[in-house]
Every structure is written in C-alpha cells, then in structure tokens.
Design a protein around this ligand. Sequence first.
Ligand code: NAD
Length: 493
Amino acid sequence: MTLITHWISGAPVDAGEQQSLYDPATGEPSGSVVMADDAIVDQAVLSAAKAFASWSQTSLAQRSAVMFRFRQLLEDYSDTLALCTVRQHGKTMDDARGEVRRGIEVVEYACGLGHLLKGEHSQNVSTGVDTYSVRQPLGVIAGITPFNFPVMVPLWMFPIALAAGNSFVLKPSDRDPGPSLILAELLQQAGLPEGVFNVVQGGKPAVDRILDHPDVAAVSFVGSTPVARHVYGRATGNGKRVQALGGAKNHAVVLPDADLALAADAITAAAFGSAGQRCMAISVVVAVGAVADPLLEALAARSRRIIVGDGENTTSQMGPLISGEHLQRVTELIGTGTPDGATLIMDGRTLSHDTGGHFLGPTIFDHVTPAMRVYTEEIFGPVLCVVRVDTFDEAIELINANPYGNGTAIFSTDGGACRTFQTRVTAGMVGINVPVPVPVAYHSFGGWKNSLFGDLHVYGRDGLQFCTRGQVVTSRWPTRSDGPNFSFPTTDR
Ligand code: NAD
C-alpha cells in the first residue's frame, strides 16, 4: 500500500485527509493519497513564489542543463513511470510507454530554451536609440491535470514553464496521482532547485484555492468541459492568465473512396485504445453513402478480436476503466442507446471478467443521430457511434454543429476532398488518414469551441507564449541632457 504525498520545497509532505486509491484491474484498494486543504496549497505557492526570485535569474545555460539532465532521467525511468501509470490508471504498458514518450518530446523542445527565448532587437530606431523585445517569465504557474494521461499532460505544461524561468505548482488527478511524485523526484535529481516545482494532491477545494490565490499568475488546466469552464471563469475573474482545455467528441469521416482496411484498423484503435479514455479518441464515425455497411462490418470484425485485460499483461490491448463509478456511468449511457433508437451492433456489457476490475468490452452503435444521448454526451469509454449521412457536406455540417471541437479525422484517397475538409471543419486538430492527430511538441495542442477556453494552445510556440509575457525596452545612452521636452516622444525623421 503506497501513500501518495504532496511535494513542497523539494520534500514529501503528508499532511491532509487520506483518500483511497484503487487498482482498476482488480477493484482492490492499492494505497491512499493525501488531499490538500487551503493551508497546503498556500504552503506550495509560497515555496514556488520564493523559488521564482532566484530561478528566474538563473542563466539560460544552467536552466537548459537541468532540462537536458531531466530528459535523460525520463528516458532512464520511463518504464517506472509507465508501470506506475498502468497500476493506477489501468491502461496497457505499451500505451503508457507511448504517453511517456510523447511527454519526453516536450522536454526535448524545452531543452532548446536558449533559442526559444531569444528576443528581437532594432538598432537606431531614432538617433542613438535602440528598442528590443524580450519574453519574461510570469511567476508561479499552476497546472491542473486529468486522470487519463498522468505523465504526458503534466509534461505538456511544466517543462516549458520551468524552462522559461517560472516556478510551478502541479495539482494532478486524485485518481492516479503516483507519477507526479516520480516526476518531482526526477526534477530534483536533474538539479532543479527546491521549491521551483511543487505538487499538491487533492480535489475541488485544492483547485479552487489555486484559482483564488493572489500569487498564482497563470493556470493551465486540462480536464472535462464543465470543470474547464469553471476554472476559466473563476481564475480569469481573479485576473489570471488561463488556458483551460476541455472534453471532446471526436468524429472520423469515412468517404466511399477510402482504403477500407486502413480506415477500419485506424478507427478501431482510436476508438478503443485506452478503453476510449482519451480526449483524442474517435467516438463517432461519420459514414458517407455506400461505405457504411462494409465499414461497419470491418469495424465489428476487428473489435471482436480486441483482447481486454489487465494492462500489465503483455497480450492485453485494452485495459479497464478508471473506476467503478465511471464504469457504472458508461454502462448506463450504453443503456440509453437502444431505447433512443440506435442499433446495438456490439455490446461491451456482455464481457465476462472475473478479476473484479472495471472492465467493459468494445461497444458499437449504428444508426446514431445527434438527438441521442450516446451522441450528445462525452462518454469517455469504449463506445463507438456510427452516424450515416448521404453526402460529404452533411458530414462537415454535422461536425461543425457539434459543441466540441478538439480533434477530427478524415479517411479518403481524394486529396481535394481532404483539403476541403481541413479548411471547413471547426476543430483545432485535424487528421488526414491519421486517426489521433496529437501534434508533435514543436507544434501546439488544443481544440476549438467547448474543447478550449482561452486563446493559446498548450506546448510548442503557444505554450511558450502562455508561459511568458512580452517586455519592450527603449534604450538611449545620452552624453548630456538638452533639458525637459514636454511633447510626446517621436522618432527623428
Ligand atoms: P475532470 O474534469 O474530472 O478533472 C480534471 C482535474 O480537475 C482534476 O485534477 C480534478 O481533480 C479537478 N476537478 C474535478 N472536478 C472539479 C471541480 N468540480 N472543481 C474543480 N476541480 C475539479 O477530468 P478527468 O475525469 O480527470 O479527465 C477526463 C476529462 O478530461 C475528459 O473530459 C477528457 O476529454 C478531458 N481531457 C481533455 C484533454 C484535452 O486536451 N482537451 C486531454 C485529456 C483529457
């Protein structure tokens, strides 16, 4: 049984009420996590605020050396992080290794901080006057992260924040908080001074204290849409800079000219990988015209072969859901499909499993319409809805009418159609014959509409912009004063 603590000023802190953690593959208690109250959040923010003073003045060379060492440590401990994720989240080991790998990419981007933070300089804007622009760190940045990527999503945020000279307070999900402490220890081993990176464990009270704390300059949030909306409203109301990434309902359009086998393979993996608990999972297939029947057959054939089991078992392709409560919610939503008029092609509820874990098999509904709850709700489980439309235009209109706009994909061999799709569809990330278009670290990740509240996406150039503020310096070194000049300063012409 492990106890997951906070991490403040470079050391574990175990104050606070304890909440049980469960192994999703067995349903058995696996440990506890301490839950922060206001005092603990205040302690972490104070530690970060103190550390900011010196960290923000540390040379770029020293900051980038920490990032390079951290990157190597993540490589060395990638299986430790992945295994901790499997035990607390339930996803398969391969999947967990994948999320560690995608997180490392962001650290690699942050290693280039010397180049990334370069400003612009204009010499002689007026006689003897130079102007230059620099990006300055903000101060204390807080990151609030969801359960579904306990390694990757924190790594979307803090490497760039730290590289830019900020200090950081992470509030991970209370359902799989273990990896946050491994990350904290690795940062310490990499030479990050104490207090620059802190972790507070907890739930809504801890989050709300972060949103209200006067010394938190910015909040980066990833989670469900209702909480994202709350975080954005409350923190911006308190004058903070906020990016709040929300939920999703990602559609994949399949045109009649698509390579059917390729589309079916890609969509099956994107719908049921990580038991559908990915914000970029494909949860709706939009089948255009005559492709519907053969596509459905191909999807069902592949889905029937999926091996559901303990994520630690190397043969498993899909693990359990995060909790018994979530399993119950997904099961209830599946129950609304048939009464609402959808056709149940595969029923994951029939999966038999005797370990006591939160397992559910792949589920497929056909003849889904936008009026049904299986369509309107973000189910966040292994449930794929097929909507049939007659035309390509109808497919685009359907996606654009959806309140979410995280990712979308199209499967087709027609380049013109794919380009039309990309330019007209209202989603932040578009895959062309790519089902899960999570951008590489030197681009940025973010959705549109109810999938993102705020202006800037995470990591990449947007992430750097989010973690810094512009400063423009106008500088002159006169040899003598000509006396006060009361007119508005202009350049000499
Ligand atoms: P969640 O919204 O329940 O929790 C996210 C974070 O907010 C956690 O740290 C949690 O402790 C905290 N929280 C929960 N309820 C709160 C409340 N009422 N007030 C304040 N804080 C609260 O999300 P989750 O279930 O952990 O994760 C799944 C959700 O995250 C899905 O909706 C998924 O689409 C979304 N997600 C989005 C992205 C993206 O990039 N857009 C990425 C990953 C996950």
